[in-house]
Design a protein around this ligand. Structure first.
Ligand SMILES: [Fe+2]
Length: 302
């Protein structure tokens, strides 16, 4: 199976470039290029987030109206891994193998351009394992995401889309039978890089794009900064029982939601997928509706 390492680039098609520029700068990405076609952002490890106008003819067609995600490029380790994907109905575009998944979302593979970065979360002192000695844990004034860690799509073709990604080398991590499949792009790695969600309305589209940050403290510091900047929380902070991750979701002018998350489960080939029934407490063990107000550190009333 090809060595797929994770998400290398995501591309949005949006209606309001200026709002997206403010939003992703506040979110903690670096604007590396601003040009006629749009905006090129990068996370700490060089994962790219491109923002283009929604009517840009070079983008794969949108699967829903308005601003949304148009393409996900996955990074592979090297040329042999790319070679292994060459016969899967994908075509070549500037050293990237591109195609469309059964859900209609543009996808592609390229040799990863992400770089190793010297970034580390803060160890936690848990009972029986003190990993932080003579070292206070930090307070983050804002977040600087390490990378795009996962994407989540609504689908009306859950099984077909899952089989498509499994044939490319993805592994099933957990599922809501008939409703949602958590997939990871390699046997060893974070709990999910892709989550496919089939709701009773059976629509297609983006649910969210998730950005990995160092630790819980950066989830909170990043969320408080976004709140101070005036951006609206959808839900968070909170904790997912499936994947164990701590999260904070914001409404994004680029479409749907974005998420800061940290401390997800790391799986290996020994992991056995589990089945769950969807429910609010399966989605979040706990969560703060409306976020924490960044100015008062208390929830706004009403
Ligand atoms: Fe997520």
């Amino acid at each position: 199976m090809p060595g797929i390492e994770g998400i290398d680039r995501v591309t949005y098609g949006v209606e309001d470039l200026a709002a997206c520029q403010r939003f992703f700068l506040d979110w903690g990405l670096k604007l590396v290029r601003e040009h006629a076609a749009g905006l090129d952002f990068e996370s700490l490890n060089g994962c790219e987030l491109l923002v283009r106008k929604s009517d840009d003819p070079s983008l794969p067609p949108a699967v829903e109206p308005g601003s949304t995600l148009r393409e996900v490029i996955w990074g592979v380790r090297g040329e042999p891994d790319l070679e292994a994907l060459r016969t899967r109905g994908l075509r070549e575009r500037d050293s990237v193998l591109v195609g469309v998944d059964p859900n209609g979302i543009g996808l592609g593979f390229r040799v990863t351009r992400k770089r190793a970065v010297d970034v580390a979360g803060t160890p936690a002192n848990v009972w029986g394992h003190a990993a932080r000695i003579d070292q206070p844990s930090p307070v983050y004034e804002r977040a600087e995401p390490v990378e795009v860690g996962h994407v989540v799509f609504f689908t009306d073709a859950l099984d077909e889309t899952t089989e498509f990604y499994q044939a490319l080398g993805f592994h099933l991590s957990d599922r809501y039978p008939g409703r949602g499949h958590f997939l990871r792009c390699s046997a060893r790695g974070g709990h999910h890089d892709l989550f496919l969600l089939q709701t009773p309305e059976a629509k297609r589209g983006l649910n969210h794009v998730a950005f990995t940050v160092r630790d819980l403290h950066e989830v909170i510091g990043g969320g408080l900064h976004m709140s101070r900047c005036g951006w609206e929380t959808q839900l968070g902070p909170g904790r997912h029982p499936i994947s164990s991750a701590l999260f904070w979701y914001f409404k994004s002018p680029a479409g749907a939601l974005v998420e800061y998350y940290a401390d997800e489960d790391v799986l290996t080939e020994n992991w056995q997928p589990r089945d769950f029934q969807p429910s609010p407490t399966m989605f979040a063990e706990w969560a703060i509706a409306g976020g924490i107000d960044g100015n008062t550190r208390r929830q706004r009333q009403g």
